[in-house]
Design a protein around this ligand. Structure first.
Ligand code: ZN
Ligand code: ZN
Ligand code: FE
Length: 756
């Protein structure tokens, strides 16, 4: 019997080879009908025998092209029409407008095969791509997704490329960036002085072998590349970049090269080789044989595999590992436009390997770490953006502006939330430009003009001031840690009131003080602050965030008053004058704001141990404290829980005293660090048990930048689950402020009529 069915499919189904895929499987099952891109995504009608349509429906899911993602599929019975063939119908003009654009994606296996096939017309052509791979988000200038609205518009297709583009049976049917050596982009190599060099690829390989620093244009921006085995080259790169300690990201040829320098389990292997191709944080092997300057005082490497055809042809030359760090000076955003790259990096790079396909949108490499058995995005950018997070409810469209550090924005449409790529630190002017561009770009891509704008409570953030000068929108200020909690709930699809252990550097509290070690109870509508770490003074304000020694001193004064213990810290970390001044600040409470920040408590402990007194990048002291842990240590320091009218205070002073007595007893740093981490995890359980008894709530979300700490997160998850709690952690969305905008967007949406 002949039947007909309609499939209405939502998800990432446009610009990813979905229609030719449908054409292929419909033909394979001898079905007639059509496929069409429309405003939902894709609509298909197929006609044929019942069992053939069933087989088609199975293939639709099982054989899905690598970049496609089906979020929803509705099937509707239709009357058979007697159609005699299967066609790809031209979409109506407005159709593709609201469908999702795919992220930029690694070069696929088919293209890779052609790239290294001497008989192929794209042999060694570093811009090979197809509907299953290649640039997307970074080259899109508008919607609908079409070559004319990408940076490929200036490259008219040659006849051979055009026939692929128009052939539904081709892997390059409607592959918008389709190109070949005849019609497509070309490499160029220049010296820093501007002289053009011949044979860009082979010359670049020679230059890298000779220890030169080459700025290489990638998918979402420029990298600075040097041979990772060459100490002198790495040292010179650090000197020129004025980046003296932060670990440098590495690229290796393949998984076996990764195994030679790092230890990977199967989850990490899968992540490293996955379509998103993020930087994965991995444990170093002691015998890695690379420069010791790559990640000083750090026992991990940030590793990625080649993801563009250009990377593959470079690695075909046999490098063991290349440093591939974002091309910037210290904390500026990565350079991505050719003229800008040359102007900004002229004093850093010796040479520039560039090409004439423009990058329209800067997209940094994403960073992922396996934690508690699953992949946690620490920086969500290339390969993931602009994929949406599906919300539990539909809501009015909201633009959420994030906070300040590691910023991203979030725009919602219906029940989908779109977090932007990593935009960087908004204290930096170039990052602020990127912030405004991202807002404009996401509004265009999603074709929405939100009437509601969510921002942080902090009055001095660039993002807050930006919100204040917007006309004709409703502004909703969202408390920082409430946004962290709801961000974690939203990505886990949870709406019921949940406890949030929210630990980070700093966030502006509802009471105008600086928070950061919080136990909240709330949902997307409201929250209460049930507990917090005992506030410590930050002598010198912001300076205390950069100098763990100041937090150490503050903790000592809080714990011992005038009768300070005789710690090496006090003699060596400060000059006499400095110490006197800081003690005065602390005694008089002048320029010494109080904070319940957990990040600052980590700083204090790192300072007391003598591990790190001044940081060169955010979170460094906490990272080094984690790295120092002796895993075999099971003892812990005990926080006291003091019950007050305003909630529980988690008193860290007993912990500070215990750290001090261990330091005085010459206990190894690794032991002290483990006891501190273990104590925090046990505190979380004890506090949550009290809340459960009083409130009957059993869900606990872990959020905030402190939960980038693998040891603490895993320990907390294990202990909380053992105590019967349902624990929510981040995965798709960073726990740090890079995920904040999602929570802001959901809270603002709920305030203005979200509906199921
Ligand atoms: Zn491909
Ligand atoms: Zn061509
Ligand atoms: Fe935060």
């Amino acid at each position: 019997m002949i039947i007909r069915k309609q499939f209405i499919i939502c998800g990432t189904v446009q610009g990813v080879g979905f229609r030719p895929f449908v054409y292929r499987i419909a033909s394979a099952h001898a079905l007639t009908g059509w496929v069409l891109n429309d405003s939902h995504g894709v609509t298909i009608e197929v006609e044929g025998r019942t069992e053939q349509i069933e087989a088609f429906a199975v293939a639709l899911v099982d054989e899905l092209p690598p970049l496609a993602r089906i979020d929803r599929c509705d099937v509707i019975e239709q009357a058979a029409t007697g159609e005699t063939r299967f066609t790809i119908r031209a979409s109506e003009d407005a159709a593709a407008r609201t469908a999702e654009i795919s992220p930029d994606t690694f070069v696929c296996a088919d293209c890779l095969h052609e790239l290294f096939n001497p008989a192929d017309r794209r042999y060694y052509y570093p811009f090979i791509n197809c509907t299953n791979c290649g640039p997307r988000f970074s080259i899109v200038t508008g919607v609908p997704y079409d070559r004319g609205l990408t940076t490929m518009r200036d490259f008219p297709l040659c006849p051979a490329c055009r026939s692929e583009y128009e052939d539904p049976a081709s892997r390059r049917f409607h592959a918008q960036p389709n190109a070949c050596p005849v019609c497509g982009p070309q490499l160029r190599l220049h010296s820093a002085a501007g002289a053009e060099l011949a044979e860009p690829l082979t010359t670049t390989i020679e230059l890298l072998r000779a220890g030169k620093i080459v700025a290489i244009k990638g998918l979402g921006g420029y990298h600075l590349a040097v041979d990772a085995a060459n100490d002198m080259a790495v040292a010179e790169l650090r000197r020129r970049k004025t980046r003296d300690q932060k670990p440098l990201a590495l690229m290796v040829a393949d998984l076996s090269a990764a195994h030679a320098i790092a230890r990977l389990d199967t989850a990490e292997e899968k992540l490293l080789g996955g379509v998103e191709r993020p930087i994965v944080l991995l444990a170093q092997r002691a015998d890695h044989g690379l420069s010791s300057l790559l990640a000083p005082r750090n026992n991990t490497f940030g590793l990625m595999l080649p993801y563009t055809p250009l990377h593959h042809v470079l690695f075909a030359a046999g490098f063991k590992a290349l440093v591939m760090t974002s091309a910037n000076l210290s904390d500026e955003p990565m350079a991505y436009r050719d003229a800008e790259a040359r102007a900004r990096l002229g004093s850093v790079a010796d040479f520039f390997l560039s090409h004439n396909r423009d990058i329209h949108t800067r997209v940094d490499d994403s960073i992922v770490r396996i934690m508690a058995g699953r992949a946690l995005l620490l920086r969500r950018s290339r390969g993931y953006v602009p994929r949406s997070v599906v919300l539990a409810q539909r809501q009015p469209s909201v633009l959420a502006l994030g906070a300040e550090l590691k910023n991203t924005i979030c725009l919602t449409r219906g029940d989908a939330a779109y977090l932007s790529q990593h935009l960087g630190d908004l204290a930096n002017a170039a990052a602020c430009d990127g912030f405004e561009q991202a807002i404009a770009a996401f509004k265009t891509l999603l074709a929405v003009e939100p009437a509601i704008v969510a921002h942080d409570l902090h009055p001095d953030y660039y993002s807050t001031r930006f919100a204040e000068q917007l006309d004709g929108v409703e502004r909703i200020a969202v408390q920082h840690h409430h946004a962290h909690l709801v961000s974690c709930m939203a990505e886990n699809g949870v709406t019921a009131p949940t406890m949030g252990i929210v630990c980070d550097g700093l966030g502006y509290g509802s009471d105008g003080t600086l928070w950061g070690g919080e136990l909240l109870l709330g949902d997307c509508r409201d929250f209460r602050r049930l507990g917090y770490l005992r506030p410590l003074a930050m002598p010198g304000g912001d300076a205390a965030s950069r100098e763990p020694r100041r937090m150490a001193l503050s903790a000592l004064v809080a714990a011992y008053g005038d009768d300070l213990p005789d710690l090496p810290l006090l003699g060596s970390a400060f000059s006499g004058g400095e110490l006197k001044l800081l003690l005065q600040m602390l005694a008089q409470g002048i320029n010494a704001p109080l904070t319940s920040s957990c990040g600052r408590l980590f700083d204090a402990v790192a300072g007391l141990i003598g591990l790190r007194q001044v940081v060169s990048y955010e979170g460094q002291a906490a990272l080094e404290l984690e790295q120092a842990i002796n895993d075999a240590e099971n003892e812990s320091y005990s926080f006291a829980i003091i019950t007050t009218e305003s909630g529980m205070i988690f008193d860290s002073l007993p912990v500070i005293r215990a750290v001090v007595s261990d330091v005085l007893a010459s206990t190894p740093a690794g032991t002290i660090s483990a006891r501190f981490h273990n104590g925090l995890a046990e505190l979380f359980v004890a506090a949550c048990v009290r809340v459960r008894e009083a409130q009957g709530v059993n869900g606990v979300a872990l959020s905030g930048g402190v939960f980038q700490n693998r040891y603490l997160t895993e320990r907390a998850v294990v202990l909380l689950e053992a105590a019967g709690f349902e624990v929510l952690t981040h995965a798709l969305v960073p726990p740090n402020d890079g995920g904040l905008a999602l929570g802001q967007a959901v809270i603002a949406g709920a305030a203005r009529g979200a509906s199921a």
